[in-house]
Design a protein around this ligand. Structure first.
Ligand SMILES: C[S@@+](CC[C@H](N)C(=O)[O-])C[C@H]1O[C@@H](n2cnc3c(N)ncnc32)[C@H](O)[C@@H]1O
Length: 189
């Protein structure tokens, strides 16, 4: 794990536990330029306070917090009398200096994409593949993307399509099997 860059696209399990884990394991597992990001919903009552703990956890673990990007989900369901929950924030940071290299990428701070629908939706919080393809580009080509909350492997498929390596962790056997199949398909393509 010594040369792994971190990209955490999502976390809804327990921000506090996750934060403690980060704090307990400083970014030894990242290269000096390793980047980390995680998307958290910003409008639900449960997750409204997510961003400050996420930012704190990132910094407590020794990362430099760099900023917040926005994930806009146009197809989100409207609720009568409430604000539409069509926005999540992406907290991101890095370990050490960020070297843009000889061929720097210019990435947006605002992403638009809705979750897959119908047969393409295999996980309740599945991310849009096109958005993840853009997001993983913050990790250099041939770098390694680590997703400790892999779900059905969207981040991994995106990483492979963008010529990055991938390590995924998923504790549901059902989702891990789907992720494995999707990753195998992406490798074969
Ligand atoms: C938000 S989903 C990720 C969805 C993924 N981004 C995708 O597009 O498929 C988070 C996943 O983390 C898994 N998870 C939760 N706690 C975990 C843990 N401690 N270790 C590994 N996986 C965990 C859940 O089973 C769930 O599938």
């Amino acid at each position: 794990m010594e040369a792994v860059e971190l990209l955490l696209p999502d976390e809804r399990v327990s921000v506090s536990c996750w934060g403690q884990a980060w704090a307990a394991k400083p970014p030894r597992s990242t290269t000096p330029t390793g980047a980390a990001s995680t998307a958290t919903p910003s409008t639900t009552p449960r997750s409204a306070p997510c961003n400050p703990p996420t930012i704190d956890a990132l910094q407590a673990a020794g990362y430099t917090w760099r900023g917040i990007a926005v994930w806009h989900k146009p197809a989100a369901r409207p609720h009568p009398g409430r604000l539409k929950q069509e926005c999540e924030s992406i907290v991101w940071g890095c370990a050490g200096a960020m070297d843009p290299g000889n061929k720097p990428v210019y990435l947006p701070g605002h992403f638009t994409g809705s979750q897959p629908r119908g047969a393409n939706r295999q996980h309740i919080t599945q991310k849009p593949l096109d958005m993840m393809r853009e997001l993983v580009r913050i990790v250099p080509v041939d770098g390694t993307v680590l997703d400790p909350f892999t779900g059905v492997g969207t981040t991994g498929v995106a990483a492979l399509m963008e010529c990055r390596h991938f390590i995924g962790i998923e504790h549901s056997a059902k989702y891990a099997n789907i992720a494995r199949a999707r990753l195998t398909e992406a490798i074969a393509a």
